[in-house]
Design a protein around this ligand. Sequence first.
Ligand code: RB5
Length: 144
Amino acid sequence: MIFIGSDHGGFELKEQIKGFLKEKDIKIEDVGCFSAESVDYPDIARAVALKVASSNSKGILICGTGIGMSIAANKIRGVRCALCHDAYTAEFARRHNDANIIAFGGRTAGLEVAKQMVEIFLNTPFDGGRHERRVKKIMELEEI
Ligand code: RB5
């Protein structure tokens, strides 16, 4: 199950990405928003982040820039949310950072790049090895 959410700044792109995932038969849960009406992105980031952290799954967050969503989601224990801009950042968010949520901007990413990022994010495994130690150190920061 992939959890997806957006604010009004990412609503249109979220709907398009949902269509893309449905075509691929990927099960998704949309936590909102459900219209282009203005909402507060931390509420949506919180909902997706809690679901991802408690189910060991992956999530997608879209706001105007992806910045607010990524900042908010990373406050939740167990979450590694990566703000991505292209195929390269999406690939390395998985390979080196073991990111479990991808964030991007509805006002900054085009549909084709967004689809590419989602596809790569969902299909690229963590490299492990020396990156295990570094990711473990990131997670230890939650104890401070
Ligand atoms: C909403 O206008 C905008 O601030 C939000 O979508 C996002 O870009 C925040 O980081």
